[in-house]
Design a protein. Structure first.
Length: 262
């Protein structure tokens, strides 16, 4: 059977397509995958992988089990997430301090929540700057296969450059390791990480694939209505999933989970 991701959003692909394809692989039924560019690393378990789509759309849904991901519980009968952490663990992206990946997105309205502002980022960075090697993960659109959402300048990259120079902007790593695709770079970094702060949407799902602790910031979204964060996000890898619904909660929860004496 060929799994066709059908230009679906990144989060849908991670929840519905990748685990189904892996389940087919384990049961000797997978003959190939058709997906967007820079997804080969997600389907490392098959050699027959075609990257035929150059963009994603919120209006495209895959014809696979669990095509509707906003449910209280997935159908797990044909669902087996691959262990990205085991497969991609490496000695390249290791630093002297523990790694903390902080993901962000920022959108002006629409159906998705607005992300972490310059001011909030500055506060979060200051909490953990001394004790962690922070990797800031807000990929530039030129580095990813994105959907219709525009990218907003919030001054985050200048904030790192001017005030927190030891924080690593993943876009700089992408330039340094030009032999790696953006998603390959992300899986290699996150495979060595146990600490994540992520945003509603694709990053919250991606980070949940790598074990450890994932604190998700979301103040709206279908995930809240069906309880997916608490009901089954942990099934992607056994990660400990926590959810903050306000900025104040995020600050408090991040200190509780990742603070030096947590």
């Amino acid at each position: 059977m060929i799994v066709d991701a059908n230009q679906t959003e990144f989060g849908y692909e991670l929840i519905a397509c990748v685990p189904f394809a892996h389940w087919l692989h384990l049961n000797n039924m997978l003959t190939g995958v058709k997906s967007c560019k820079d997804t080969r690393c997600l389907y490392y378990f098959t050699e027959n992988h075609e990257e035929i789509y150059s963009s994603r759309s919120e209006f495209k849904k895959p014809n696979v089990p669990n095509g509707n991901i906003h449910v209280p519980m997935l159908d797990l009968s044909r669902w087996s997430p691959p262990s990205f952490k085991d497969y991609y663990k490496n000695d390249k992206f290791v630093w002297d301090k523990p790694t903390l990946v902080i993901c962000n997105k920022f959108k002006n309205g629409g159906r998705n929540p607005i992300g972490l502002s310059h001011e909030v980022l500055s506060e979060l960075f200051s909490y953990f700057y001394d004790d962690y090697q922070i990797i800031y993960n807000r990929p530039l659109h030129k580095n990813i296969t994105h959907d219709e959402s525009p990218q907003v300048d919030i001054g985050d990259y200048d904030l790192i450059k001017n005030d927190f120079p030891e924080i690593i902007d993943i876009n700089k790593l992408y330039v340094e390791y030009s032999n790696l695709t953006c998603n390959m770079l992300q899986v290699m970094i996150m495979a060595n990480c146990e600490n994540f702060i992520s945003m509603q949407g694709g990053s919250s799902i991606f980070c949940s694939y790598f074990g450890g602790t994932n604190l998700i910031y979301a103040y709206e979204g279908s995930e809240l209505g069906c309880g997916s964060y608490h009901n089954w996000y942990n099934k992607l890898s056994g990660a400990k999933i926590y959810h903050s619904s306000t900025i104040d909660d995020l600050k408090r929860d991040s200190l509780r989970l990742f603070g030096k004496h947590s």
